[in-house]
Write a protein that binds this ligand. Structure first.
Ligand code: ADE
Ligand code: ZN
Length: 336
């Protein structure tokens, strides 16, 4: 194995942009479908994988929401989450901040409590068994209305201690952040952190809206900020983190080739970019594969890799003391 790949694999790191439903591997999808008596329109996990060819975000979302329909019982949500944490243990990931989409499940008649309890129990076990700390972020589906997002926020109130923040995902273009201004204000008033997908497919104006109207604490993706110099300057000056997802960007045709990925440019401009996997079961790679493939495509240096790992903790919602501890561990590891 090349030395830099070895270095990446052992490097302590955090993941800040991961949709739990997007970590549902075809094998687990089949297993859960079987025990729940659900028919899926494929004959094997290989056939499912072969169908994962996307030209844009919407083509992916249509398949992703269909896949999530096998999840019914608390144990299904537990298994989904715990399988992801096993992968993160193997990738030497120390901390995760993961998304879930409650509306994808409550709209099918699954209780919010079922989803939340399954996920939380697995996150607790991940801490006990693997030493991986975690925060949970509840996303609103932006193709639905703000009124529906409010209903979800109200459902979450009894479980507030288990949720660190809210996010905004699903079909970006045509559903600007402004549509969710009031529900984000309410979430903030409840003391929750706020993040939003912005500038994945949507224009820089959507990033401005996420900053000005939603007052986000972190930008998910944010690629298209690079089209606007003043916006880049503002994000740098505000010290906001971008949760960049290279293999996702490649799969969804946000970039044509990983060699053209803007990650290195982002770092050069002083943006606090991080590497994440987004929906790894659909995009062909977990955290280390995202680091390794991007390193090879862009010829990232050891120093840039260290910066990316440090950014993953600096941009997290951990306490300042915990961030310092994790960043020192990276320095110790890098000294060898
Ligand atoms: N939901 C899951 N993955 C997503 C992505 N990359 N963009 C928007 N919504 C999503
Ligand atoms: Zn995402």
């Amino acid at each position: 194995m090349p030395a830099l790949q070895n270095f990446i694999n052992g490097l302590p790191k955090a993941e800040l942009h991961l949709h739990l439903e997007g970590s549902l591997e075809p094998e687990l999808m089949f297993e859960i479908a079987k025990r729940n008596g659900i028919k899926i329109p494929f004959n094997s996990p290989e056939e499912v994988r072969a169908a994962y060819k996307f030209n844009n975000l919407q083509e992916f979302l249509d398949i992703y929401y269909q896949g999530a329909c096998v999840l019914i019982h608390e144990q299904d949500f537990y298994d989904l989450t715990f399988d992801y944490l096993k992968k993160m243990k193997a990738d030497n990931c120390k901390h995760v901040e993961v998304f879930f989409d409650p509306q994808t499940h409550t709209d099918r008649g699954i209780a919010f409590e079922t989803v939340l309890n399954g996920i939380s129990r697995a996150l607790d076990d991940g801490k006990k068994q693997f030493g991986i700390s975690s925060f949970l972020i509840m996303c609103f589906l932006r193709h639905l209305s703000e009124e529906e997002a409010f209903k979800t926020l109200h459902m979450a109130i009894p479980y507030k201690s288990k949720i660190i923040g809210v996010g905004l995902d699903s079909s970006e273009v045509g559903h600007p952040p402004s549509k969710f201004k009031n529900v984000f204000k309410a979430a903030k008033e409840l003391g929750l952190k706020v993040v939003a997908h912005a500038g994945e497919e949507g224009p820089p104006e959507y990033i401005y809206e996420a900053l000005d109207l939603l007052e986000i604490d972190r930008i998910d993706h944010g690629n298209r900020c690079l089209e606007d110099t003043a916006l880049v300057e503002r994000i740098v000056n505000d010290g906001l983190t971008l949760t960049v997802c290279p293999l996702s960007n490649l799969s969804l045709c946000v970039v044509k080739d990983l060699k053209q990925h803007p990650l290195r440019t982002m770092l050069a401009k002083g943006l606090r970019a991080t590497i994440n996997s987004d929906d790894p079961a659909y995009f062909g790679g977990y955290l280390n594969k995202n680091y390794n493939e991007t390193q090879k495509a862009l010829n990232l240096t050891r120093e840039e890799i260290i910066t990316l790992a440090k950014n993953s903790f600096a941009g997290s919602f951990l306490s300042d003391a915990e961030k310092r501890k994790q960043i020192s561990a990276i320095e110790v590891y890098a000294r060898g």
